[in-house]
Design a binder for this molecule. Structure first.
Ligand code: PBG
Length: 328
């Protein structure tokens, strides 16, 4: 055999050599932990379809975020679950609503040592489970919805959110939110836009977590992106950046690595990816059966999202990965 002089296995021989030539790395500061806070409970409740995840009380959320901070996870994205949902989702912009009080608690506890991201949407708050205002035909009215998103943005910014993250996929949502934040003096509040958010079947466990059922067995295909499209995602991201988004996102993560990679090559803005509830729960379920090793699959999956080009990853594995990384 005539081998070339350069041989690839030489640099795989030891862990130290492999580390030296690693092309991408995971660090706790790349990770954002998604957390749920629910109004009207005394004890945190486990979410059965998301092993290891909880609906937190205000108090248990403070504890969880303090522990994450100790582990080096200084970024969280919060979802609120109100005790009472209504047709307009009004608890979403109530200054005393659950998400706003939780944001204020965490700002008091940790100040600028953590990045507080507020998911900005209405589905957790509406009794019909859609991400916006319904018209007389039961369709989500884009421009009426924008008015509510603007109200929510203001309430979240006032409560202490460093970043608001609109996830409803309405056209013009970033523009509406940026205008309101600027006119009400919150020009320092950043926007992480869920730009390329797909109408995937992988959000199922999340909907258990936030107690959302879409009325009439409906779906979100009239506003979230069709799973067939990658070029359209670039248009979504371009629109959001033009409207003033500071950071953009692709969601879910693993089935859309092509989109993440394309977005990385096309845009220079900070790029997030959301490894969603279904992606998380599939791995947990297989591990529970003893079919996979949870920690190593979690690490491999989240590393793949990083390698594809995401600067930051929202993942329910954040805490577990931080623990693994601290022992490496
Ligand atoms: C909407 C929202 C959803 C998720 C984050 N924000 C659900 C949806 O669009 O139906 C899903 C996150 C996950 O599955 O982990 N507010």
């Amino acid at each position: 055999m005539n081998f070339p002089r350069r041989r690839l296995r030489r640099l795989r021989r030891t862990a130290a050599l492999r580390n030296l030539v690693a092309e991408s790395r995971l660090h706790p500061s790349d990770l954002i932990a998604p957390l749920f806070v629910r109004e009207g409970m005394d004890e945190p409740r486990p979410i059965s379809s998301m092993p290891g995840q909880f609906q937190h009380t205000r108090q248990s959320l403070r504890q969880e975020v303090a522990e994450l901070h100790q582990l080096g996870i200084a970024n969280v994205i919060l979802f609120g679950i109100p005790e009472h949902k209504d047709v307009s989702g009004s608890q979403a912009w109530n200054p005393k609503g659950i998400l706003q009080t939780a944001l204020a608690d965490l700002k008091t506890d940790l100040g600028d040592e953590i990045v507080l991201i507020a998911d900005l949407c209405m589905d957790e708050y509406t009794d019909h489970g859609h991400c916006g205002v319904l018209d007389t035909h039961g369709n989500v009215d884009n421009d009426e919805t924008l008015k509510n998103y603007a109200r929510i943005a203001e309430a979240q910014a006032a409560a202490g959110a460093d970043v608001v993250a609109p996830s409803g996929m309405m056209d013009g949502q970033v523009d509406a939110i940026r205008s309101t934040l600027d006119t009400s003096g919150f020009y320092q509040t950043a926007i992480l836009a869920y730009s390329a958010k797909y109408a995937t079947s992988l959000y199922g466990p999340f909907r258990d977590a936030v107690e959302v059922a879409i009325a009439g067995g409906g779906n979100r295909r009239a506003y979230q992106q069709d799973t067939s499209n990658a070029r359209e995602a670039m248009e979504e991201i371009r629109f959001d950046l033009d409207e003033g988004a500071d950071m953009v996102m692709v969601k879910p993560a693993l089935p859309y690595l092509d989109v993440i990679s394309k977005a990385r090559r096309t845009f220079d803005a900070p790029l997030a990816a959301y490894h969603v509830s279904g992606e998380y729960s599939m791995v947990c379920a297989a591990a529970e059966r003893g079919w996979l090793d949870l920690d190593s699959v979690a690490y491999e999956h989240i590393s793949a999202v990083r390698r594809a080009g995401a600067d930051m990853i929202i993942t329910y594995f954040a805490r577990r990965l931080a623990t693994i990384m601290s022992s490496q």
